[in-house]
Design a binder for this molecule. Structure first.
Ligand SMILES: N[C@@H](CCC(=O)N[C@@H](CS)C(=O)NCC(=O)O)C(=O)O
Length: 257
């Protein structure tokens, strides 16, 4: 229970002048010149569940023999780099990851969209057949809609919130476990998320859910969520974790800006 009573109009009274602090407004907060390398793909990111999707994908493409290369820059979201003018020009939503394809001049943001862009550009990890492709996209889009309940909901109240609060923890644990059960049932029937083949849907979902059940996102969460209750999900998570490109994607070397 709390004594909080909602006002009629919510206002942010304690305006935080710290450039990294949360604010109820969007847009650039300061002038910034981001470094740019010579390689075709410029990636501005961080080793978070959304960020690792991109480095894993790039390493998978390299492992498949494609001739591509990328410069990888560290965006320190704790210091507010995502609110600088150059980053906002790439991604007006001020979230990592963002990518610039210097061969086409196209900026790309939203991690799942970066996966899709790369899969289409290089012709890998996304089937051409409409039925199979749609099944990959079903699960890719599922991840983008589902994971905020894990990250912004469960993870926030389990790991980051300053106090332990029963109501939001129950609400988001319920939903997170429902999602884990869904994936466990799916992976009981097929080796990969969208069927017989590894795809961008696996990269996208593993980066959140695979790592969550391996206790690599929020310490203690695997026990709290009883990850052993999802054996098919765990088997799949281990299988993906063993892929050399996944390991290289996780160990990617970021240049500091
Ligand atoms: N839906 C976005 C989410 C991206 C996202 O939330 N990024 C976080 C780090 S994982 C971020 O940049 N947070 C900084 C902030 O919110 O200011 C995606 O998949 O790319």
């Amino acid at each position: 229970m709390s004594d909080y009573k909602k006002p009629v109009v919510w206002r942010w009274e304690d305006e935080n002048e710290n450039r990294a602090g949360n604010r109820p407004t969007a847009g650039s907060r300061f002038e910034q010149i981001l470094p740019k390398g010579e390689k075709p793909l410029q990636v501005y990111s961080l080793g978070t569940p959304n960020g690792i999707k991109v480095t894993i994908m790039l390493e998978e493409l390299k492992a498949a023999g494609l001739n591509l290369d990328y410069d990888l820059f560290n965006i320190n979201i704790g210091q507010g780099d995502q609110f600088g003018s150059d980053f906002v020009a790439l991604n007006p939503n001020s979230k990592i990851p963002a990518m610039l394809d210097q061969e086409t001049g196209i900026p790309v943001f939203e991690s799942a969209n970066i996966l899709l862009y790369l899969a289409e550009k290089y012709g890998k990890l996304l089937p051409k057949d409409i039925k199979q492709k749609t099944e990959v996209l079903n699960w890719l889009f599922w991840q983008t809609g589902a994971a905020p309940f894990v990250g912004g909901g469960f993870g926030h109240f389990f790991h980051y919130a300053p106090t332990e609060q029963e109501y939001p923890i129950n609400r988001y644990t319920m939903e997170t476990k429902r999602q884990l059960d869904l994936l466990n049932q799916l992976l009981a029937e097929r080796p990969y998320v969208a069927g017989q083949d590894y795809s961008i849907a696996d990269i996208s979902i593993w980066s959140w859910y695979g790592r969550l059940v391996k206790d690599e996102v929020y310490p203690g969460a695997a026990a709290f969520l009883d990850a052993f209750a999802y054996p098919h999900l765990l088997t799949w998570a281990e299988k993906i974790a063993k892929r050399p490109a996944v390991q290289r994607g996780l160990a990617a070397d970021y240049q500091f800006i």
